[in-house]
Write a protein that binds this ligand. Structure first.
Ligand code: URA
Length: 233
C-alpha cells in the first residue's frame, strides 16, 4: 500500500494525521510531480531526490564533512547504520561518546534500550536503518544547535530519499522538532501520526530519557504500539 493510501486509512480510523505546513523558504520542491497539496492548499513536503545519488557517495561526503564546527572535535562521523532497504527509519538526535568512538549510532546505554524498544515491536536492528539529525558528536553532548542541524539536514534528507522508508520514528524531542519543523513540546508531539514526504512519522521518547524516567515506559509502549499499527495500515 502506498503512503498516501495508508494515511487515508489512518484518518478514516480516527487517528490524527498531522501534516506540517511548509514555510515558503523551507524547501526547494524538485518537480511538478512532487508538488502535492491537500484540499486546503497546504503543501506536503517532499524529500528532495538528488540525481545519481547513492549510499557510497553520500557516506564518503559525510565522512569528510566540514560544514559546521562539530567537525572540529569529532573522532569520526556517525553516518548511520542498518538495512538500506528497511521500511523503518529511526532518527535520533546526535552521536554521543560511544557513537563517536565507534562510528555507529546508538551503541551506548541508550542504544541498548533502543534495541529493546525495537525488539518489543518485533524488530531487530538489522530490520531498520538508524541515523541521527547531526552526524558528529556535539561537545559535552549538548543539544545540536539549529545551525548545526540545518547544515546536516541535506544528509538526512538524502538518506531518506535513498531509503524511502515506509515509516519514520523520531526519537526524542530534538529529532521530532527538527524533522517536523514544529516547536512544540514532546508531550504534544507524541500520540499522533505526523507526516513528512507522505511518510508517517511517529514521535517516541528518547531511550536516554526513559533510562532516567522509567515511569514513562508505559507511555513509551503506547507510542511503539501506534508505530506498529501505523506501519501495518
Ligand atoms: N543518542 C542519539 O540520539 N543518537 C545516538 O546515536 C546515540 C545516542
Amino acid at each position: 500500500m502506498d503512503n498516501a493510501t495508508r494515511l487515508h486509512y489512518l484518518q478514516a480510523m480516527g487517528i490524527d494525521v498531522w501534516i506540517p505546513k511548509v514555510a515558503s523558504n523551507a524547501v526547494d520542491l524538485p518537480s511538478p510531480e512532487a508538488d502535492q497539496a491537500d484540499k486546503s492548499g497546504v503543501l506536503i513536503e517532499q524529500f528532495v531526490p538528488t540525481p545519481n545519488d547513492n549510499w557510497e557517495t553520500l557516506q564518503a561526503e559525510v565522512s569528510v564533512c566540514t560544514r559546521c564546527a562539530l567537525c572540529e572535535a569529532r573522532t569520526q562521523t556517525v553516518f548511520g547504520a542498518g538495512n538500506k532497504n528497511a521500511d523503518w527509519m529511526i532518527v535520533g538526535e546526535a552521536p554521543g561518546q560511544h557513537e563517536d568512538e565507534q562510528g555507529l549510532p546508538f551503541v551506548g546505554n541508550a542504544g541498548l534500550l533502543l534495541t529493546e524498544m525495537l525488539r518489543a515491536m518485533g524488530l531487530n536492528r538489522e530490520d531498520v536503518f538508524i541515523s541521527n539529525i547531526v552526524k558528529c558528536r556535539p561537545p559535552n553532548d549538548r543539544d545540536p544547535e539549529p545551525a548545526e542541524s540545518k547544515s546536516c539536514n541535506d544528509y538526512l534528507q538524502r538518506q531518506c530519499a535513498l531509503l524511502k522508508p515506509k515509516i519514520i520514528l523520531a526519537v526524542g524531542r530534538i529529532a521530532a522538532q527538527t524533522l517536523l519543523k514544529i516547536d512544540a513540546p514532546l508531550t504534544q508531539l507524541r500520540g499522533k501520526v505526523h507526516t513528512l514526504n507522505n511518510t508517517p512519522v511517529i514521535v517516541v521518547y528518547h531511550p536516554a530519557y526513559l533510562l532516567r524516567t522509567p515511569s514513562e515506559k508505559r507511555n513509551a509502549w503506547l507510542d511503539l504500539q501506534l508505530a506498529m499499527q501505523t506501519h501495518k495500515t
